[in-house]
Design a protein around this ligand. Structure first.
Ligand code: DGL
Length: 261
């Protein structure tokens, strides 16, 4: 296969999406770019963030010449997909909050959406709720802390339970005797904290991670056939700051077939 993909996030969260793409089309050649120079995206205002990503993406596309781009970041996708699609002729696959599958499967009708503050504020997110979850009670929670905590945890730092608990607890509510039964992981960093979330949740819920669905979308949009047995294609991971990757992250990158670029 000679498919070149650019997978993009503000940090290492997008690796949760890359993992699923690797499982389905391992032979794809992947450039993973983490915009660490601007991390975290969650607290940026919409317009400056949009301008920043559009300009950066122009440079990345010129440099990596991908056949398609996966924006493995909710905070970016809920903002920049229309201008990117209008500017570049290649396909873009985005990552947006999995509100529809949560609304389709909730039994209690009470859904939590755990996102960044940026994703929480977006019209795009409100529109998803209006279109697909009008009959549900949706609690949108925007955390500034969780993505940086996920990065720290992935670098091997110790994260206290309490720091995580106070961020996830607002997603758990009770409305007229019915409790949250689905929590959407609306930031690609959060699946890396899933075991901590499960252990610290006030009660058990289904956690909805859209990574698999995004990987399936990549396959269908590009007209590919899943070929999980094929040998792994090359992969490199880049930081926009130009810094070296922290040593603690190298084994993780290697596990996904990426060498530090
Ligand atoms: N991983 C990103 C997302 O899916 C955002 C993390 C951040 O930069 O705040 O929203």
């Amino acid at each position: 296969m000679s498919l070149r993909l650019l997978v993009f996030d503000s940090g290492v969260g997008g690796l949760s999406v890359l993992k699923e793409i690797r499982r389905r089309v391992p032979a794809a050649e992947i450039a993973y770019v983490a915009d660490d120079a601007a991390f975290p995206y969650g607290d940026w205002e919409g317009e400056p963030l949009k301008d920043h990503i559009v300009a950066l993406m122009g440079r990345l596309i010129e440099r990596h010449r991908p056949d398609a781009v996966v924006i493995a970041c909710n905070t970016a996708s809920t903002l920049v997909l229309p201008p990117l699609r209008a500017t570049h002729a290649i396909p873009f696959v985005g990552t947006v909050p999995a509100i529809k599958p949560a609304a389709e499967t909730t039994k209690s009708g009470v859904i939590g959406v755990l996102a960044t503050p940026g994703t929480m504020r977006r019209d795009y997110t409100r529109e998803l709720i209006r279109q697909f979850a009008q009959s549900c009670h949706v609690r949108l929670v925007g955390s500034s802390e969780l993505a940086p905590l996920a990065e720290a945890a992935m670098r091997g730092e110790i994260i206290e339970d309490e720091a995580i608990r106070i961020e996830i607890e607002p997603a758990f509510i009770e409305v007229q005797g019915r409790r949250t039964d689905k929590v959407v992981l609306a930031c690609t960093h959060y699946p890396f904290l899933l075991e901590r979330f499960q252990a610290l949740a006030p009660w058990p819920v289904d956690w909805i991670d859209p990574a698999e669905a995004i990987a399936r979308r990549v396959v269908s949009l590009l007209g590919l056939t899943e070929a999980p047995e094929e040998p792994r294609g090359a992969g490199s991971a880049y930081l926009t700051s130009g810094k070296s990757w922290p040593a603690a992250l190298l084994p993780l990158l290697a596990g996904f077939g990426l060498k530090a670029g």
